[in-house]
Design a protein around this ligand. Structure first.
Ligand code: KIV
Length: 271
């Protein structure tokens, strides 16, 4: 392989071409190698190592406690086995908000230590200087507007954003400002479908929706949500493509029963 070959993964430029061609983009979260191997063999385009790993993998009740070290730990597990999809790493709360220097240092560290190709930052015009500095430094940035879970306490809960004229106009302006600053794609979370469709038409880069309707250029879901790990988590935006929580529960019950009855291991499992 040439010294100048980069791995043969989907690129940010290809995502832009998808938008221009009207082809949809699929994104899924992933936090470890076990799932990473399965995503690698799937046709999904982009893997997001989301800071939702705080809730999904680490048992926190929000994304706020997640650290840069935890993101690096999980993202490295993903990039060891995921080579075809573009890998984007969420930057955790307070790793980029304080200053441009913080953003450069922490995002640079994430790219150097994980081999991921891009980072994602939450927020609008307030983080535009960080986005511009990162892109200038060679770090591709995905934006995130609407329900930004790192701001759950200022937003007053996990609810639909961009309702009302002011909130709507602010979000459209933020999307344009972030695009101008250099983002390669924009996540829109819990945004009225009609507003997300309008932003999608107004900005040059792909929009990736979660609870933002069919007018976005692509969709993202949390892996464990779409696989149905949590039977009690049923928000309106979610479609469960499997019911793995129940499947795993049944398997564990059967295993427990067979161990306790002595029917496992059978002679064919013995050496
Ligand atoms: O952390 C995450 O998983 C996310 C997606 C829900 C967009 O930010």
């Amino acid at each position: 392989m040439s010294r100048y070959a980069i791995r043969d993964s989907i690129t940010t430029a290809q995502l832009l071409k998808r938008k221009q061609a009207g082809e949809k983009i699929s994104v899924v979260t992933c936090y470890d190698s076990a799932f990473g191997r399965i995503v690698e063999e799937s046709p999904v385009d982009v893997v997001l190592v989301g800071d939702s790993l705080g809730n999904v993998m680490l048992g926190f009740d929000s994304t706020l406690p997640v650290t840069v070290e935890q993101m690096i730990h999980h993202a490295s597990a993903v990039t060891r086995v995921v080579h075809r999809p573009l890998v984007v790493v969420d930057m955790p709360f307070m790793s980029y908000q304080v200053s441009v220097e913080d953003a450069l240092r922490n995002c640079g560290r994430v790219l150097k230590e994980t081999s991921a190709q891009a980072v994602k930052l939450e927020g609008g015009r307030r983080i535009a200087p960080q986005v511009k500095a990162l892109v200038d430094a060679g770090i591709p940035v995905m934006g995130h507007l609407g329900l930004t879970p790192q701001s759950v306490h200022t937003l007053g809960g996990y609810k639909v954003q961009g309702k009302g004229v002011d909130a709507r106009n602010t979000m459209i302006e933020d999307a344009l400002i972030l695009t101008e600053a250099g983002i390669f794609a924009l996540v829109l979370e819990m945004v009225p479908a009609e507003l997300a469709a309008e932003i999608t038409l107004k900005i040059a880069v792909p929009t990736i929706g979660i609870g933002a309707g069919a007018g976005c250029d692509g969709q993202v879901l949390v892996m464990h949500d779409l696989l149905g790990f949590d039977q009690d988590f049923n928000p309106k935006f979610l479609k469960k493509y499997a019911n793995l929580g129940a499947v795993i529960g049944e398997a564990l019950t059967k295993y427990d029963k067979e161990v306790k009855s002595g029917s496992f291991p059978a002679s064919k499992n013995e050496f």
